[in-house]
Design a protein around this ligand. Structure first.
Ligand SMILES: [Zn+2]
Length: 180
């Protein structure tokens, strides 16, 4: 007898209410008790603190971002039009990374991530709000942040040949930001 595949429903770590989990989602707020939680490949479901920024229009959804401070160190090689000095100055201090955690195109992900890194918003805490599904796993944040750095460097007005990048990222927090 062939048994049907059984999907194990995700239940809240605090009150055991079934979570309204959709495929590809990795974080939820329990509809019963309000506990936020994150699904991790290694650790399973664990409690999560979600931070809400001020400015989300009441009744609308905010966008989730993984936000972390990171120190990039990079070595650039260029064919011509050397902008290495600009790059060195820019990355000489830690920067705040805003990695889109919602489902979006690669273009949007990199474009939004680069724009917010170059002009970081001031995060003022605000009331809890609904938000778009969180689909970018925590485990993918560093690689995505590196991708954003590479996009910024490729965008400098010189002919970059090669970039060696090391990025030390602090543990990210999940922020819900107003749509921009
Ligand atoms: Zn709950």
């Amino acid at each position: 007898m062939v048994r049907p595949i059984e999907l194990i429903p995700l239940v809240c770590v605090q009150c055991s209410t079934r979570l309204p989990a959709q495929p590809d989602e990795v974080a939820w707020v329990c509809p019963q008790c309000g506990q936020a939680q994150l699904l991790d490949d290694d650790d399973g479901l664990t409690p999560l603190t979600i931070r809400y920024a001020a400015g989300i229009t009441p009744g609308s959804k905010g966008n989730p971002f993984w936000v972390a401070k990171g120190q990039a160190s990079l070595r650039r090689e260029t064919y011509s039009g050397n902008k290495d000095r600009d790059a060195q100055v820019f990355w000489s201090q830690p920067r705040w990374f805003f990695v889109p955690a919602f489902n979006c195109s690669l273009e949007t992900l990199v474009g939004t991530g680069a724009r917010l890194l170059l002009q970081p918003p001031q995060l003022q805490p605000g009331p809890a709000a609904a938000f778009e599904p969180v689909t970018l796993p925590l485990a993918d944040v560093t690689a995505t942040a590196e991708f954003i750095v590479m996009a910024i460097e490729a965008d400098r007005k010189d002919k970059v040949k090669q970039i060696q990048l090391k990025l030390a990222l602090e543990p990210p927090a999940l922020w819900i930001l107003p749509r921009m």
